[in-house]
Design a binder for this molecule. Structure first.
Ligand SMILES: C[S@@+](CC[C@H](N)C(=O)[O-])C[C@H]1O[C@@H](n2cnc3c(N)ncnc32)[C@H](O)[C@@H]1O
Length: 263
């Protein structure tokens, strides 16, 4: 499933390539693509983060936002060669101290073990993974002894709700406990149409891991969790047409702040 999903993401990189100039401008001007709840968790990294590692970094825009937040060096990892190429072009354009690694997150190279002062991931990452225990074990081995783990991710409950024509929430037919779903094509609010027609695109496999499964995987890897929070932040703009009085009623994202347990 990961192999198929990788092909689909490599196709979707086309959309990210279209955002390249905008991304260069954003990073060059010292800006950020991170959302307010993420900035609050990550804080000012100047003088306190030698290395930030971003897992599932896509085209590097969020990774380089960590550099703008003060990380001395950033490392981004993604399994799509086209995304990694794009990220490299972005860091070259802004002369950023960045290393890009093309790999499945479950095969993150061991040379990074114990080096993440900040380990960051999320924003549409976990749903593509099919083994959360293996993922959590990677997080554990990457963290530096005093490193912080920051996850900001889509809330699984988001899969259960959509916005109806009148701007009110309606239930989708998604089964919260069903496991991976195969699909082709992308949401119009995000990737939308590509030059390859939907029916000719690779299949991809996504699932809404439940909050219980995610937290249990993190605890099972021996991580210490300082905070788990749910947010109404519409992290990908997929529900922008909800009426103002409807926004804020449903958790659309969640965050985790974690670290290695004290010795
Ligand atoms: C929605 S993006 C992550 C959020 C990102 N910050 C952004 O700008 O959109 C998901 C990324 O995860 C990557 N990905 C999915 N499964 C992966 C895996 N098993 N290993 C490594 N990368 C993966 C995809 O290639 C894609 O670039």
């Amino acid at each position: 499933m990961h192999r198929a999903t990788r092909e689909a993401w490599d196709e979707a990189a086309e959309r990210y390539e279209g955002w390249f100039d905008e991304a260069v401008e954003l990073i060059r001007s010292g800006g950020t693509n991170l959302l307010p709840p993420e900035l609050e968790l990550i804080g000012d990294l100047h003088g306190r983060c030698r290395r930030a590692i971003h897992l599932q970094c896509a085209g590097g825009r969020d990774t380089l936002s960590l550099w703008n937040a003060g990380a001395a060096e950033v490392v981004g990892l993604d399994f799509s060669p086209r995304m990694i190429d794009l990220a490299r072009r972005l860091s070259d354009a802004v002369h950023a101290p960045a290393t890009w690694i093309e790999a499945d997150v479950l095969d993150t190279p061991h040379e990074l073990d114990g080096t993440a002062d900040l380990l960051y991931t999320g924003r549409g990452s976990l749903m593509w993974l099919q083994d959360l225990d293996a993922w959590a074990a990677v997080l554990r081995r990457l963290l530096a002894p005093t490193g912080r783990l920051v996850i900001f991710e889509g809330h699984p409950v988001e899969w259960l709700f959509d916005v109806g024509a009148d701007g009110h929430w309606i239930a989708t037919d998604y089964d919260y406990f069903a496991g991976p779903e195969a699909s082709r094509g992308w949401a119009p609010e995000y990737i939308d149409t590509l030059s390859i027609p939907d029916d000719d695109q690779h299949w991809k496999f996504a699932r809404a891991w439940t909050l219980g499964e995610i937290i249990t995987a993190l605890l099972g890897a021996g991580l210490h969790l300082d905070r788990v929070a749910e947010h109404s932040t519409d992290w990908w703009g997929g529900h922008a047409d909800a009426r103002p009085e409807e926004q804020g009623r449903i958790p659309l994202s969640f965050s985790v702040l974690g670290r290695l347990p004290s010795p």
